[in-house]
Design a protein around this ligand. Structure first.
Ligand SMILES: [Fe+2]
Ligand SMILES: [Fe+2]
Length: 276
């Protein structure tokens, strides 16, 4: 039987597949951390209250990158180079979604419009991250280290998503509703296509490592395409709706400072990082 749980079982059971899987995840999280740190440094004065939350967002993503690396380390593995076709963050950036990295590398202050672009990009990509981590939590049950790690990340991604809803609703109420609606729509429509392409690429690389027969690769590719069709036919709308979260100010307050939160997340030693 070909199911998501059997695919994840194969990936988790193979050192080489697990190495690529965690390397791709760690690289994406690390890039998210860098983007958020740069955005936090360039926030315009009118949105100054956002700066610590964006910095916190970036610190969380960096932590996620370190957690995936710690999972590799625990298995005696090193991160490997991420194939360009599996690089979700770079492919979004190359498609003009979110803020250009050239802009973020510079020192020029961002505009309010840029902040909307950033938040819309995050609203969509954090939805993806939240969905993926929830799925991983479901499938990692037999691997306690992985399950513990993804539970920590999953809770963070849910908070990031809540924060995006809240801040976009605030900006919509301040007169930016139409821009936000348009930006969210453009971002989501582009994201679903890139996500499909990246999923195909990831599956192709993993299939090679795991020596999948042709029929299996074909069935999985058809599944990815079918999911994309459902997204395109309307499921993309789940990525653009805005609803005030039950828990506001999810990224308020300072990040917990642990000497080694990634080690604790993976080994379960000491307290698991939690929101205040
Ligand atoms: Fe993350
Ligand atoms: Fe996130």
């Amino acid at each position: 039987m070909l199911s998501a749980s059997t695919i994840f079982r194969e990936i988790f059971n193979s050192d080489e597949a697990f190495q690529l899987f965690c390397s791709i995840a760690a690289s994406g999280e690390g890039q998210g951390g860098w983007e958020n740190a740069r955005i936090a440094a360039l926030v315009p004065g009118s949105q100054a209250d956002l700066a610590p939350k964006i910095a916190r967002h970036g610190a969380d993503e960096d932590k996620h990158g370190r957690i995936f690396k710690a999972l590799l380390d625990k298995r005696g593995l090193q991160p490997v180079e991420v194939p360009a076709d599996t690089d979700y963050t770079m492919r979004l950036e190359q498609a003009g979604i979110g803020l250009a990295h050239s802009r973020l590398r510079g020192g020029q202050e961002l505009t309010e419009g840029d902040i909307i672009t950033y938040l819309a990009h995050s609203r969509v990509t954090e939805q993806r991250a939240s969905d993926q981590m929830r799925a991983l939590c479901k499938y990692a049950g037999d691997w306690p280290d992985i399950a513990r790690a993804v539970k920590v990340i999953s809770a963070d991604e849910d908070n990031h998503l809540a924060y995006c809803h809240e801040e976009l609703l605030r900006l919509a109420a301040a007169g930016h509703a139409r821009t936000i609606e348009r930006t969210l729509r453009d971002t989501a429509v582009a994201e679903i296509a890139i996500y499909r392409d990246v999923s195909m690429a990831v599956m192709a690389h993993l299939g090679q490592i795991l020596a999948w027969p042709r029929w299996k690769a074909t069935v999985l590719a058809a599944g990815i395409d079918a999911a994309y069709s459902v997204d395109r036919l309307g499921r993309w709308r789940r990525m653009v709706s805005l609803k005030m979260p039950t828990r506001c100010n999810a990224l308020g307050g300072r990040a917990h400072v642990h000497h080694s939160p990634e080690r604790e997340a993976v080994t379960g030693a000491g307290p698991v990082p939690r929101r205040p």
